[in-house]
Design a protein around this ligand. Structure first.
Ligand SMILES: NC(=O)c1ccc[n+]([C@@H]2O[C@H](COP(=O)([O-])OP(=O)(O)OC[C@H]3O[C@@H](n4cnc5c(N)ncnc54)[C@H](O)[C@@H]3O)[C@@H](O)[C@H]2O)c1
Length: 338
């Protein structure tokens, strides 16, 4: 089987830190070119990996032959760059969130579907072994009917001169657009159903940028499960919990430290069906939770491997791509309420 030839648009940032190493680690892939709007970045990253480098997309597409493009640029670039890659007949691995709005995202995905080209969005957290474990436990009824879900995700992101994430027109929003989108994608993955209704509040409490540094979303899923998502740009990294909690009629699942770029953290599962009603409520200490550990694999390698498997199967698969558009529908609703 011939290797999948990759080019990269937006070569600094997450591309250099995580995705290019993951492409290089994939035995079915090879890197053939990089492009970045900033000439020094294009040159540094191109030389680092020993591939031709460019400062415009057209120049790269005209001078190199690749099958797939990884796009790791700021959100406001996603739609146009992915459409351009499609015009040149490429498959696309696009960073999250898909686009500035759900309408743009839908248009993009429809265009790829019509052309029979693959497009995948970089939500890597569903590949974490503990999130896969949570999904399997829920599907197997190991916490019964899920009645309450909570996700908490934060980082420290102060005012930074020129930062695209701090401008609505460039990033599409703040803490929710950056962190909350991961939480929605993950919760729908673990539950195996859609969130259908949201109510949300956003604040810019701590910093002076125009997008929110704090957001809370409460939601209801299709089957009626309730939950909430808290995201913050103003909690110190050392105080960040990055956790997912699911409570059900037969127990709970709690992960701590798993909403992350690395496969870290723990999952605690308690299976403790109630039995009889106990008015004294003195039956709470008997249950023994089971603790699962993260396996420490590379989430970016897992998502690249998953994408390459789809390409090699010859059958485009838009299941998670459609989920990524749905995430944006809920995000649009959140910002419409604020
Ligand atoms: N899945 C994850 O773990 C993860 C983590 C970080 C970022 N991201 C996503 O990746 C994307 C990029 O984020 P980042 O943190 O790497 O940003 P960044 O600003 O650190 O890096 C973006 C790179 O794109 C380049 N660039 C900017 N405009 C360009 C253009 N028009 N054409 C070509 N290159 C351009 C910049 O010079 C820079 O090298 C965003 O969508 C972000 O949400 C995902």
């Amino acid at each position: 089987m011939s290797k999948i030839k990759w080019s990269v648009i937006g070569a600094g940032g997450i591309a250099d830190r995580r995705t290019i190493p993951a492409i290089l680690a994939n035995a079915q892939s090879e890197l053939c070119a990089v492009m970045d709007r900033v000439p020094e970045v294009a040159k540094t990253v191109g030389e680092k990996y020993g591939v031709p480098f460019f400062t415009t997309e057209e120049e790269m597409f005209k001078n190199t032959d690749c099958d797939a493009v990884y796009i790791g640029t700021p959100v406001m670039c996603h739609y146009e760059q992915a459409m351009l890659a499609l015009k040149y007949g490429k498959h696309v691995f696009l960073e999250k969130p898909i686009t500035l709005t759900s309408a743009q995202g839908k248009e993009l995905v429809d265009a790829f579907k019509a052309a029979g080209k693959q497009i995948t969005i970089g939500y890597m957290m569903k590949h974490h072994n503990l999130h896969e474990k949570a999904q399997a436990l829920v599907a197997d009824g190991q916490i019964g009917q899920v009645v309450d879900v909570r996700a908490q995700f934060s980082c420290w992101y102060p005012d930074i001169e020129g930062a695209w994430r701090q401008k609505k027109a460039l990033g599409g929003g703040g803490a929710f657009m950056d962190l909350g989108v991961h939480c929605i994608e993950l919760i729908e993955f673990v539950l195996g159903e859609e969130i259908t209704e949201v109510k949300a509040l956003c604040s810019t409490l701590t910093f002076s940028y125009e997008v929110e540094d704090s957001a809370v979303m409460i939601f209801r899923t299709k089957s009626g499960t309730l939950g909430h998502i808290d995201v913050n740009f103003n909690v110190p990294d050392k105080a960040a919990q990055s956790k997912l909690e699911l409570y059900g009629t037969k127990g709970y699942i709690q992960t701590v430290g798993t909403l992350s770029q690395t496969e870290t953290g723990t999952l605690t599962h308690l299976y403790a069906p109630q039995g009889d009603y106990v008015a004294q409520q003195n039956n709470r200490d008997a249950a023994e939770p089971v603790i699962y550990e993260a396996e420490g694999a590379n989430l970016y390698e897992k998502q690249i491997n998953h994408f390459c498997d789809i390409l090699n199967s010859g059958k485009p698969n838009y299941f998670y791509t459609d989920r990524a558009v749905h995430v944006q529908v809920l995000v649009d609703e959140l910002y419409a309420q604020n």
